[in-house]
Design a protein around this ligand. Sequence first.
Ligand code: GLU
Length: 369
Amino acid sequence: MEMKTKTHKTIVIKLGSSSLTNEKRELNVANLQRIVKEILPWLKKKSFVIVSSGAIVSGSAKLGLKTKPKTIPEKQAAAAVGQTLLMKEYEKAFGKEDVTVAQVLLTRDAIADRERYLNARNTFLTLLKLGVIPIVNENDTVSIDEIKVGDNDTLAALVASLIGADLLINLTDIDGFYMDSEEGVSYLVDKIETITEEVENAARHPGTELGTGGMITKLQAAKIAQDAGVAMIIASGKKPGVITNILEGKQEGTFFVPKAAEVESRKRWLAHGLTTKGTISIDPGAASALKKGGSLLAVGVIGNKGSYQAGDLVSITNEIGREIGRGLINFTNHEMEKIMGKKSSVISSLLGYETTHEVIHRDNLVLIN
Ligand code: GLU
C-alpha cells in the first residue's frame, strides 16, 4: 500500500524506551544514532519533533540500581540522571550534521492551561522555524500524579496535536498492531480507520503487551491523534530503514487514519489537553442532537457523576458509558442533580435564579469518536 506519508511536512517521532535502551538498561546508542541518521536527509523538506523515553531506564542503570526503579523518588532521581544522558547522545548524533537540538520537558499542566498551551505551541513553532529539533519528554523529575501526562504515547499525541503535526510515528518493540482472525491466527493490521471496541479488545492481546505503556496507551494516543487530524503509525523502532520507508510512502506497521484534517485548535485542546472533573451521560436523542452540531440540553442528561464547578471540563458518555465527547459545563454538579432530565423552560424556576438553559454550549463542546 502506498501511503500519503510522502507529503507530510511536520512529523513527531516517539521513541519508546525499548528502542533506546538495551537489556542491561543502558542507552542503546547505536540504535539512537541509526534513527537520527534516517531523519537527517529529510530535514530540508520536513520538520521533526522527537518525543523520547528512556530517561528512567538509562538513568537507573547509570545509578547502579539493580532493577528498574519502583518508588517515585527513585524514578524521579533516575529520570534526572537519564535525561542528560539522552540529550548528550541526541546532541552528538544531530551535531554531526550541525543540527541543533532543544530539550523540552513538559507536564500536563503546561497543556491544560489554555495560556500555557498557546505559549508551549509558540515555543515549538519557533524552534521548528529556526531549524532546531525539539526533543521532548515528560518532566518526570518534578511530576507528581496530579500534573502528569503519565506515558509518552499520550504525551507524543498531545504534542502532535499541539503543534498541528501531520504525522506521528510511534516506534516501539513490536512491528505494528495485531488482531486475531476468525480462525484465531494473529495478523498485523495495515490500517485502522476507527478504534472500535473490537480493536480495543485486541489491544489486550498478549502478543502486543511488550511496549512500556503497552498497546492500550498507544490506542489512546491514536484516538487523540485521529481526533486532532494527525495520522499515526505504530512501527518497530529496531528495524533499520523504518523511518526512511515511512517517509518515502512505503507501508510500515499499522496506519491510523486521521479524522477531519482541520480541527479547530481550541477544540483539540478541549478534547485532550485537560483533565475531566465529572461525567455526564446522555440519551440517544441528545447524542444525535450533538452530532448535528447542537448544544447539550438538560433534558437529554440521564446521569451525572463527579464534583465540578461551572466552567470545568466534563466527559460526555452515551447511555452505555462510552465517552463520546467533552465540554465545558455551565452548571455545578449540585445544580446538574436538580436539572438533569428536565425541560429547558423549567430550569430557572428549579434553580431559583435566571440562568442559561444550555448545559454545554456547542462552542465549548467537542465530539470524540
Ligand atoms: N518519561 C519516561 C522516561 O523517559 C518514559 C515514559 C514512557 O515511556 O511512557 O523514562
